[in-house]
Design a protein around this ligand. Structure first.
Ligand code: SF4
Length: 191
């Protein structure tokens, strides 16, 4: 029997793979670096007096430098995007070699790209096929097989089974097309 994986399961699996890669290859962990290297302290905000803000800028550059040589940087960045790390308005961290502000910008660009791709895909022939299959499945589901069968309970059961098969076939076709479309437009592997 073929076991089909849902988009959610695929996302979870992908996350597990990414996390395993980071766990095994993180340069910051191997060098036993202080995690504080990657985070701005409360006293280091842009409004802070003295050299605190400058200290964070220097540390942020050093952190990005560490990540640049990390063998799992790409996986680390993808996890950061999935985790929702970063904020456009707040410069307070580095993860995966990317500042929190740039993580937020990257996430927004990816999301916009996905919406654009999904919108474009909605105009193709396959979308029309999806609409027609959905209408056919709903129409089939609304039919009452008993009305069409005049051969007693056995005939009625056969008619019901046939209807179920038609509905199942239509929903399988819909599911297959939807899954392929989602994968093509990136929704199946969302950050
Ligand atoms: S990319 Fe940077 S933060 Fe991520 S694991 Fe590597 S060194 Fe650590």
């Amino acid at each position: 029997m073929t076991v089909r994986m849902t988009a959610t399961a695929a996302r979870r699996t992908r996350r597990t793979v990414l996390q395993a890669a980071v766990n095994s290859g993180a340069r910051c962990a191997r060098q036993n670096l202080d995690p504080a290297l990657f985070f701005r302290a409360d006293s280091e905000g842009a409004d802070s007096e003295g050299g605190e803000a400058v200290a964070w800028q220097a540390r942020r550059a050093a952190a990005i430098g560490v990540c640049a040589l990390c063998p799992v940087r790409a996986a680390c960045e993808e996890l950061a995007l999935r985790d929702g790390d970063g904020d456009r308005a707040t410069d307070d961290l580095v993860r995966g070699g990317v500042s929190g502000q740039n993580l937020a910008i990257t996430r927004e660009i990816r999301q916009a790209d996905r919406i654009t791709a999904a919108t474009a895909a909605d105009r193709d022939d396959e979308w029309q096929q999806l609409v027609e299959l959905t209408v056919a499945a709903r129409t089939e589901a609304l039919k009452n097989p008993d009305r069409r069968s005049a051969g007693g309970p056995r005939k009625s059961a056969q008619s019901q089974a046939a209807q179920n098969r038609r509905i199942h076939s239509l929903t399988e076709q819909i599911r297959t097309i939807r899954t392929a479309r989602r994968a093509r437009t990136g929704w199946g592997a969302a950050a």
